[in-house]
Design a protein around this ligand. Structure first.
Ligand SMILES: [Zn+2]
Ligand SMILES: [Zn+2]
Length: 129
């Protein structure tokens, strides 16, 4: 894996109540599992980061809940935007790509559970580095 050029993005939910800054992380991962389909309306395009790469600016409407045995997810309690996914081991966090600006320079690096995808889309291409 080549080293990512350090880069910082500004992120926000749909209503703007939640704002944060995040470093670029590993790149975009697309999860096609059925949980993500239900929660995100389609596959979940996420930015994989280490928790310290995320710096919250405004977070009073961030609501966490346990979405499965070892994972918590969060959303904005005002607009419903899906925000973060946090496994209990605390090593990594996932951020919804849609919260970041439309121009990121990032590309999909990995597909998770592609076998679970529905039949109405093809897998987007993956960029190795
Ligand atoms: Zn919001
Ligand atoms: Zn998923």
């Amino acid at each position: 894996m080549s080293k990512d050029v350090p880069h910082t993005f500004q992120g926000s939910c749909h209503c703007g109540s939640v704002t944060f800054e995040v470093d670029s992380g590993f790149g975009v991962i697309a999860c096609h599992c059925q949980d993500c389909q239900k929660m995100h309306g389609n596959f979940f395009a996420l930015l994989l980061i280490e928790p310290e790469q995320l710096r919250m600016k405004t977070d009073s409407t961030v609501t966490w809940y346990r979405s499965s045995e070892k994972v918590q997810r969060s959303f904005c309690s005002k607009c419903g935007s899906r925000l973060f996914k946090k496994p209990d081991d605390g090593q990594k966090m996932m951020i919804s790509m849609g919260l970041l600006g439309p121009i990121t320079g990032l590309q999909i690096r990995k597909h998770v559970m592609p076998e679970s995808k529905p039949d109405w889309y093809e897998l987007p291409p993956v960029v190795e580095n």
